[in-house]
Design a protein around this ligand. Structure first.
Ligand code: AMP
Ligand code: MG
Length: 397
């Protein structure tokens, strides 16, 4: 097959563009406040009223009418939550932070800037109208957009929703993901290994990575290396998911059934093979109903590359967020060889803007990579990047 020739590997940016073009934005659902953190805004969150709703005090002090420095008799005590009467003309009202500014007052003198002698308050500095007053709408005006569609709801954003008095937000439905692992050599962790067996780890990586990206992991199935089992597993997965991710079985060996099964099921190829190292053997396709299918390679660190450079962007696109991978710029602490025609994506430890290789240069070296918190991107080339070179890195979540 000509598509198996190495020169057919497509650059990662091109692969990602094809995936993103094939992605459909998911529909929205109402999500209650308590469930909001980590979800993505589907319909803009609009302020139903201005905040603050009433002019109030920014400090503990005295509400007065600006224009003199006193002395004023103290005519009232205003605490946060009170609904105060108008200020008695020519007086000061003691006021707590957040207390509603009484009608007739237009400034607050902080407690640190007054002298109180015989129940008369005198300001120690001149006062201007508006001093230490939080004005109506100074935070947000009624009708303003507070959160745009595609925004990930952090705890801070979620608290802003609560602060607006809203009890739910129309969020984009979480992408439903089915994960399929292939490989007759795989056994679950906790099982004593027989010669030739390995413990299955990719489903943990794929599941946790995509859950952190905002997906619902519908299920994880382990699939035997037969054409029938592979076809059956993908048939079921395609009906239940927005994104089907398999690992292993995607190459050209006798036990690699993923590609033929998907083609048989009418999934059309977006690309086969990307110009990265590791992570090259990836097959991505789109089912007739728009379900995205990614056949990632079996080697764990190859799998990692496809997840971060292709699938997290795809999920972000499904959620209406900017799909390009988030990268940071950081300095290599030691020289790294480049590869002609292939982007190297190497797990490294990112600390204080410096990238330390962990010796996880080969795609099976999962234990060596375990401490990595970034995927360093070494651009294609024929030389060696010296220590100190600044490169892009994708933080690993
Ligand atoms: P494959 O892509 O199926 O040829 O697998 C490539 C390598 O990755 C083999 O050494 C597999 O044993 C290993 N591998 C495949 N799937 C997994 C998995 N789910 N967990 C850990 N290693 C795997
Ligand atoms: Mg295999």
């Amino acid at each position: 097959m000509t598509t198996d020739l190495p020169h057919k590997r497509i650059p990662i940016d091109e692969a990602r563009a094809r995936v993103i073009a094939a992605v459909r934005l998911l529909d929205t659902e109402a999500v209650a406040l308590a469930e909001l953190a980590g979800r993505t805004v589907g319909v803009a969150v609009v302020a139903p009223h201005s905040l603050p709703t009433h002019a109030n005090s920014a400090m503990d002090g005295y509400a007065v009418r600006a224009g003199s420095v006193g002395p004023w008799p103290i005519s009232a005590q205003i605490l946060a939550g009170d609904n105060p009467a108008p200020l008695v003309s020519g007086s000061a009202a003691a006021i707590a932070t957040g207390g509603v500014l009484p009608d007739g007052a237009d400034a607050v003198v902080p407690i640190e800037r007054v002298d109180v002698v015989a129940d008369l308050v005198t300001a120690t500095e001149p006062i201007a109208s508006g001093d230490f007053v939080r004005h109506v709408g100074a935070d947000v005006q009624a009708g303003d957009i507070v959160l745009q569609p595609g925004t990930r709801l952090t705890p801070l954003a979620t608290s802003a929703v609560a602060g607006l008095g809203l009890t739910s937000v129309a969020c984009i439905r979480r992408p439903r993901v089915v994960v399929l692992t292939t490989g007759d050599e795989l056994v679950p962790p906790g099982t004593l290994l027989q010669r030739g067996q390995i413990h299955e780890s990719n489903s943990v990586l794929v599941g946790a990575t995509l859950a952190a990206a905002g997906c619902e992991i519908v299920r994880i199935d382990n699939v035997a290396d037969t054409a029938e089992a592979t076809r059956a597993a993908f048939t079921a997965a395609l009906t239940d998911a927005d994104l089907v991710v398999s690992t292993g079985g995607v190459s050209v060996g006798p036990r690699d059934h993923v590609k033929p099964a998907l083609l048989e099921l009418g999934v059309s190829e977006l690309f086969w093979r990307i110009a990265t190292q590791p992570g090259q053997p990836v097959w991505c396709g789109s089912a007739p109903d728009g379900t995205l299918v990614a056949g990632l390679p079996g080697n764990p660190l190859s799998c990692l590359v496809g997840l971060h450079l292709l699938l997290i962007p795809a999920v972000r696109a499904m959620l209406g967020d900017t799909p390009e991978p988030v990268t940071v710029r950081a300095e290599l602490v030691s020289p790294i060889a480049q590869l002609p025609g292939r982007l190297r994506a190497i797990p490294m430890l990112l600390e204080a803007d410096r990238l330390e290789p962990l010796g996880a240069g080969a795609s099976h070296q999962l234990s060596r990579a375990a401490r990595a918190n970034a995927l360093a991107l070494i651009p294609t080339g024929a030389g060696e990047l010296p220590a100190g070179t600044i490169v892009d890195a994708v933080p690993l979540t």
